[in-house]
Design a protein around this ligand. Sequence first.
Ligand code: MG
Length: 250
Amino acid sequence: MKFVRFEINGSARQGILEGDQVHEIRGDMFGEFTPGTQTYPLSGVKLLAPCVPGKIVCVGLNYRDHAAEVNLPVPEEPVLFIKPGTTVIGPGDDILYPELSQEVDYEAELAVVIAKTARNIPLDQALDYVLGYTCANDVTARDLQRKDGQWTRAKSFDTFLPLGPYINTEVDPLNLKIELFLNGQMKQASNTGQMVFNVRELVSRMSQVMTLLPGDVLLTGTPRGIGQMQRGDRVEVKIEGLGTLHNQVK
Ligand code: MG
């Protein structure tokens, strides 16, 4: 199933995407829902970020090919950080280049959407707590990341987390092709099988630190090929089974 959030007449709705049709649902994708009466053509609605996360828990240096690219050892434990909910934007929205930075990078990432309250979840049950997966771009002010020695400012500007276009509940997160295109040119190309800590391990380990709640989003790290974006650039994250997330830099 593919869940979307979309806007009609200024109000946010939830729906299920089938082909190029969006079937509205009544209720909540994280709880009980029933089919609504309305169906809209996908081309006639404005898609929003597919969920509204209370928190976004992220991992750094989680692809073997990316650790090699930046000449750093593969970490023994996941290095966690958090992005605030105010970073989230939807498909087609503008990434706003902040005046405080001169070096803004893209990072294509698989995003995990949590389905239900998760605390101290063992490895073999971790995927039971996942609603599904979507595309993310963990936009980063690289100069500020280096300057600050920690990552809060670099990762937290408004619009620094494009998410979408939909949450697919039926893909295998352990083996998905992941790509990023900048102005149509391929910049990142890898597979989620390259992760140091896979989705199962990340859900389990993160839930040992903090309670994960429905709608929370986990970012799973970026593969090799990171680089800068400039104002006016068009950036697309494409993940197998999860469609394409496109945004532009303003
Ligand atoms: Mg990242």
